[in-house]
Write a protein that binds this ligand. Structure first.
Ligand code: C5P
Length: 398
């Protein structure tokens, strides 16, 4: 059976923009994967990109001439830049250099690729690739904020070792990861047209301006669920407590700290078709967070805690409730506790796991509980588990 990205991409017209960076060599593999999945690919290269890879490479892979200049393209009626974008379903720039992002943020059109971006009517996605210092630099941050506000999808970057020998965020996502983001960008896949709201990570409940209560959730499972939902074509909003994870491709992220912030953000994002509550929301918060840092006074300190609102139960009880999925981390008698929780919170689907086997780990063993009984998902990495969960959810929704 073909994967969801093949289904999404077959017959689609994609402009692949390549800018100047060492990751340009990976764009060749991306081009190959796009063609293999059945897309019609027009490659447009900047002058700087041609310093890294030759147009002939992309011509051979795409089976079409590669466009490199605004002036070559001005053959025929001289409106090639307009015609190209009108026919396209998606303009994907990979790699997108810091310089290219700066030009894009300013709306400049001084070569064929920037002109296509400005003239386009289709969706635009960029896969940044640069040195970690360039990625962290204030102008790059400003440019990305502006591009996101303009509706440009920013895919990655990943964190890892760079060609320059440094390590940090700035590495272009792998071609296969970019392919996985395509159903969401093309509005295809089994969750196309559906909004999926996901909570992830821990919450941080302040005690005073410098201290707080939190837990050991890494956020990995929630981020994987958000990614899997985006891969299935959903419009995904990820409401995240404090984590150090990168936002998955094609996902809109809203950062929060406390359970109260998380509740507010979730309610603001409703209505949605699906709500998947993965966050490890703190059950209690300080009754009153101190305005100033608490000082040692000798002896003990008694902290009064009050219960936090249960976000999932509140959303599930609404008259316009989305299809609600809960997570239950138990330390013993998983089936009994998880099923009781599902009934108490009135959830169509609950994902159970043993906390000691899952928290902070890269893999997990899960059990899905719904009206049809329980369904075991044997141990696998969290992204694989998230994709299995989304497959199960798609079946339940239909
Ligand atoms: O009751 P318990 O905390 O074990 O329930 C876990 C499920 O409920 C998770 O899906 C979690 O995200 C959600 N939850 C919530 N708000 C809370 C507590 C838990 O949304 N205050």
């Amino acid at each position: 059976m073909p994967g969801s990205e093949t289904v999404a991409v077959t017959g689609k017209k994609i402009i692949l923009g390549v800018t100047g960076g060492i990751a340009a060599y990976k764009a060749a593999e991306l081009c190959r994967l796009l063609v293999k999945a059945g897309a019609d690919v027009d490659v447009v290269m900047t002058d700087a990109a041609r310093q890294f890879v030759t147009p002939l490479t992309f011509q051979a892979l795409s089976g079409r001439p590669v466009q490199t200049s605004l002036w070559d393209a001005a053959q025929g009626d001289g409106m090639e830049h307009i015609h190209l974008t009108r026919a396209a379903d998606l303009l994907l720039v990979a790699p997108a250099s810091a310089d290219f992002l700066a030009k894009l943020a300013q709306g400049r059109a001084d070569d064929l690729l920037t002109t296509l971006c400005l003239a386009r009517t289709c969706r635009l996605a960029v896969a940044p690739a640069m040195n970690p210092e360039m990625w962290a630099a204030a102008p790059t941050r400003r440019n990305l904020d502006r591009l996101r506000a303009d509706g440009v999808a920013v895919l990655g970057p990943a964190t890892g070792e760079m060609a320059c020998g440094e390590t940090g965020p700035g590495r272009m996502l792998e071609p296969a990861e970019l392919m996985a983001a395509l159903p969401g960008l093309l509005g295809a896949g089994p969750l196309a047209g559906k909004k999926v709201l996901v909570t992830a990570g821990p919450t941080f409940e302040p005690i005073d301006p410098v201290r707080g209560l939190t837990n050991r959730s890494s956020g990995r499972m929630g981020y994987a669920v958000a990614q899997a939902a985006a891969e299935a074509g959903a419009e995904v909003c990820l409401v995240s407590g404090p984590t150090c994870l990168a936002t998955p491709a094609g996902v809109r992220r809203v950062d929060v700290q406390s359970a109260a912030d998380m509740r507010e953000a979730v309610l603001r994002e409703l209505p949605a078709a699906v709500f998947i509550a993965v966050a490890a929301v703190a059950d209690y918060r300080a009754a009153a967070a101190a305005e100033h840092k608490l000082k040692k006074q000798g002896g003990g300190l008694t902290l009064e805690l009050v219960e936090n609102p249960d976000i999932l139960a509140e959303v599930a009880a609404r008259s316009d409730a989305p299809f609600c999925v809960g997570f239950a981390a138990e330390t013993e008698r998983l089936a009994e506790h998880a099923d009781a929780k599902r009934r108490r919170k009135q959830l169509p689907l609950l994902v159970g796991n043993l906390a000691q086997d899952t928290l902070g780990r890269a893999d997990a063993e899960l059990v899905l509980f719904d009206d049809h009984g329980s369904h075991f998902l044997p141990r696998a990495d969290k992204l694989t588990q998230a994709r299995r969960l989304i497959d199960h959810l798609v079946q339940r929704l239909s």
